[in-house]
Design a binder for this molecule. Structure first.
Ligand SMILES: [Zn+2]
Length: 346
């Protein structure tokens, strides 16, 4: 079954590049850039792994996450970070990745957005050449910062949207104190400037299901990141199914950040049975102990889906992607071939 899950042409829609910073690379970059990590940060990669196993909540994780980011200074650092992720994703059978990055977390440390985007974009192109995988960059705004700061970031990113280097906009970081309406202006500005750009937002992880519906109503998003709390409204689930609004779920992340105690508590079967489209993703894999295939395997151990149920999940992920129809058709054909192969075997 693990081989079947590996061979399925998976798409990842919810992974923060800064969250793929493995402790080994973190310490390597700290050394390369002569950075002294703060005293409260774990002292070695091993101590990091141990500490990452015990996050109290979203904020405890974010505190570590922002310290981790501080080792990223030069274009090459961003390139190395993204290439490590793309290499791992490829080995997991992930053929299309839409990856988040947080420019504000770098710009506020004095690093130009140009440096960040240049490193990530070079890695996207290299991964495409080397592995044949397709990749898209999605810029996220940090919701704990004011919307005015978000507007400034959008203005500085305009050239990258114009050139098609950045393909989407997301909203991340601490959810509950910063509801969607605060960022209405940012989303409307981008939608008016670049109608083709994909819009998504983290919602319904910490916040209740109204964060999901308000993101759809006010921010005009066509995708929701997490969305777990949608399970508490049958009306919302029907709307998500009807509008084919995909939820990018992150099972291992939800356990690590105490959204649920175990993956078996997630409403994955409920969503599947109610035709709510969703994909399975790694979120911040270096911090949450698992990449995309680990998430698939864990879900399988809890839900025991059939080959055809897995096909439905993977097809929803392909259809919910922001790649063009040609690429979607390639991935759909591949999904069909893998399913046919394993239908005889399992
Ligand atoms: Zn996330």
């Amino acid at each position: 079954m693990t081989e079947f899950l590996r061979e399925l042409p998976k798409c990842e829609h919810h992974v923060h590049l800064e969250g793929t910073l493995e402790p080994s690379l973190l310490f390597q970059l700290a050394k390369r850039n002569n950075i002294t990590l703060p005293a409260q940060f774990p002292e070695s990669p091993e101590a990091c792994i141990e500490r990452y196993n015990n996050f109290a909540d979203l904020q405890d994780f974010l505190d570590h996450y922002y310290i981790g980011m501080s080792v990223l200074l030069h274009e090459n650092d961003f390139y190395d970070l993204a290439m490590e992720y793309f290499t791992k994703a490829h080995s997991d059978g992930c053929l299309h990745s839409e990856v988040f990055f947080d420019p504000q977390g770098h710009v506020e440390r004095g690093i130009d957005i140009e440096t960040v985007v240049a490193g990530f974009d070079r890695a996207c192109k290299q991964a495409n050449n080397q592995f044949g995988t397709t990749n898209k960059l999605i810029m996220c705004l940090l919701r704990h910062l004011p919307a005015e700061a978000g507007m400034q970031t959008l203005h500085s990113a305009k050239p990258f949207y114009e050139k098609g280097i950045i393909h989407g906009l997301g909203l991340d970081s601490a959810e509950k104190p910063f509801p969607p309406h605060l960022f209405e202006e940012c989303y409307l500005f981008l939608k008016e400037s670049f109608p083709q750009v994909g819009l998504t937002a983290h919602a319904g992880e910490e916040g209740d299901h109204t964060y999901v519906s308000n993101s759809m109503d006010l921010l005009k998003v066509t995708r929701i990141d997490h969305g777990v709390q949608s399970q508490n409204s049958t009306e919302l689930m029907a709307r998500l199914a009807e509008s084919k609004t995909m939820l990018s779920m992150c099972p291992l992340s939800n356990v690590k950040l105490q959204v649920v105690k175990d993956v078996s508590e997630l409403p994955i079967r409920t969503f599947l049975e109610n035709d709510v489209p969703f994909s399975l993703n790694s979120d911040d894999p270096a911090y949450f102990g698992g990449y995309i295939l680990d998430n698939y395997v864990t879900v399988h151990t809890r839900f025991g889906f059939t080959v055809d149920e897995w096909k439905k999940i993977v097809v929803a992920g392909i259809n919910g992607s922001w790649c063009d129809e040609t690429r979607k058709n390639q991935l759909l054909a591949q999904a069909e071939a893998v399913v046919e192969k394993y239908r005889q075997l399992i």
